[in-house]
Structure formats: C-alpha cells, structure tokens
Ligand binder design. Structure first.
Ligand SMILES: Nc1nc2c(ncn2[C@@H]2O[C@H](COP(=O)(O)OP(=O)(O)O)[C@@H](O)[C@H]2O)c(=O)[nH]1
Ligand SMILES: Nc1ncnc2c1ncn2[C@@H]1O[C@H](COP(=O)(O)OP(=O)(O)O)[C@@H](O)[C@H]1O
Length: 215
C-alpha cells in the first residue's frame, strides 16, 4: 500500500468506490450502472495480472509487467496501489484528478486496501461494498464465470473472508442477490449523493456474520 496525496477543487465531481470479493458481481454491476448513468467515468486501473480471455488493454485494465509497475510506483503515478490475490493493481492519480476537475463523477473498482488509502486522501469519497448472498453462491459465480483456473479461484475464495471483514468500513453495503435489485440499489446511492442527500444504509449484520463464519 502507498501513502497517497490528492488535490481537491470545489466544483469537482464525486468520487465513488465499489469493492467486493472476487465473484460477487461488482464488474457486472458497475458496467450496468455505467449504462444507466453515462455521467460517470470508470477509472481503468493498471495491473500486473495477466489478461483473461476477451479482456482488452485500456478497456478492462492497462496490463503491465511487474518491472514497469514498480517503476510507475517509484514515479508516483498512482493515487493508490495494492497487492491483491498475488497481483499488483493501481489507480492513476492524474486520470482521476483530471476527470473530477472536469466535473465528472468517477468510479473506482478497487479493493478494500485501496479504498482505505483513497479515504485518507479524499475523505468525501463515497464507498460501496457488494456482498454475495452466501459463500456457496460466491463460489458458484466464480466457477460459473469460467475465467480463472481452479488454483486462482481457490485463492480468491480463501481471500474473500478477509475482504468481507472490511465491509463495515464502507458507507454503503449492497447484497447482490437479485441483480436488478442490487443495480437499483447502487443507482439509488449515486442519485442520492448527486442530489446532496444520504440514503438510509442497511448494514446487513446477520449476513455479514454468516459470510464470516460459514465454512
Ligand atoms: N487497490 C486496487 N485494487 C484494484 C484495482 N483494480 C482492481 N482492483 C481489485 O483487485 C481485485 C482483483 O481484480 P480482478 O483481477 O479484476 O478480479 P475480479 O475481482 O475477480 O474481477 C478486485 O478486488 C479489484 O477490485 C486498483 O487499481 N487498486
Ligand atoms: N446477481 C447475480 N446473480 C447471478 N449471477 C451474477 C449476479 N451478478 C453477477 N453474476 C455473475 O457472477 C459472475 C461474477 O461476476 P463479476 O461481475 O465478474 O464479479 P466480480 O467483478 O465481483 O469479480 C459473472 O459470471 C456474472 O455474470
């Protein structure tokens, strides 16, 4: 993790973070949200993870070699960066700053470590954590996605408990059970924030306990 710095301006857009354990459905939800809310720009991260079949450079990620990533870290180009599931991921500081400066809302799809760093740099960030309805469903979705090897899936499942343990740090928690309901929930948060109001936030403590204790 790196210590970020961030310059804020008065007429800038809102910064949103969406985080979730792998397979909970965050990318699918975020893509659908962007379809409904064209005023939001997605920040494309840099990563050392190899591309999955169908993933494109500059659309899903900027795929880079480890040595290049380390050089970018040293150059200070990242607003935040972290190691997740054995790969490195980082958010470009200038991209985010420029978009926010143009008055656009920006969404970061990053993990809980990155979210913690961004919160320190920019305390008015609005953060949302997506929960799966159960561990069994999380595993079904990860396997059903068909994008990763068994080893990668198992690592992500093992790490999911540690990630979910940070859900309480987020402003909002959404359960992605019925997709349309979760999408409506995410959109309602964005709209409320844009109108300057806050939504009542359900904390899903029962489900969180289940997800953290279920075998
Ligand atoms: N800190 C941080 N995490 C990121 C960034 N980009 C992606 N991630 C997170 O890295 C994790 C793995 O992402 P990915 O390899 O795309 O797998 P997926 O979550 O299974 O779709 C997820 O929790 C992402 O949200 C980033 O720029 N910074
Ligand atoms: N509400 C849902 N119900 C059933 N399947 C879902 C739901 N949301 C997402 N999925 C599926 O789960 C898999 C993982 O979703 P994805 O968006 O890739 O997760 P993440 O980005 O959190 O790793 C995908 O195959 C996606 O189509």
């Amino acid at each position: 993790m790196s210590a970020p710095t961030f310059t804020t301006q008065s007429a800038e857009g809102t910064l949103f973070i969406v985080a979730a354990p792998s397979g909970a459905g965050k990318s699918t939800l975020v893509n659908a949200l962007l379809g409904r809310e064209p005023g939001i720009s997605l920040s494309i991260s840099h990563t050392t993870r190899p591309p999955r079949p169908g993933e494109q450079y500059g659309r899903h990620y900027y795929f880079v070699e480890r040595a290049d990533f380390q050089r970018e870290v040293a150059e200070g180009i990242f607003l935040e960066h972290a190691e997740v599931h054995g790969n490195f991921y980082g958010t470009s500081r200038t991209t985010v700053q420029e978009l926010l400066g143009q008055g656009r809302d920006v969404l970061l799809e990053i993990d809980w470590q990155g979210a913690a760093l961004v919160r320190k740099a920019k305390p008015d960030v609005v953060s949302v954590f997506i929960l799966p309805p159960s561990r069994a469903e999380l595993e079904r979705r990860l396997r059903g996605r068909g994008s990763d090897s068994d080893e990668v899936i198992e690592r992500r499942l093992r790490n999911s408990r540690g990630e979910i343990a940070h859900a309480h740090e987020f402003d909002y928690i959404i359960v992605n059970d019925r997709f349309e309901d979760a999408l409506d929930g995410l959109q309602a948060i964005v709209r409320a924030v844009r109108q300057g109001s806050a939504l009542q936030c359900q904390r899903h403590e029962g489900l969180l306990r289940e997800l953290l204790t279920e075998s």
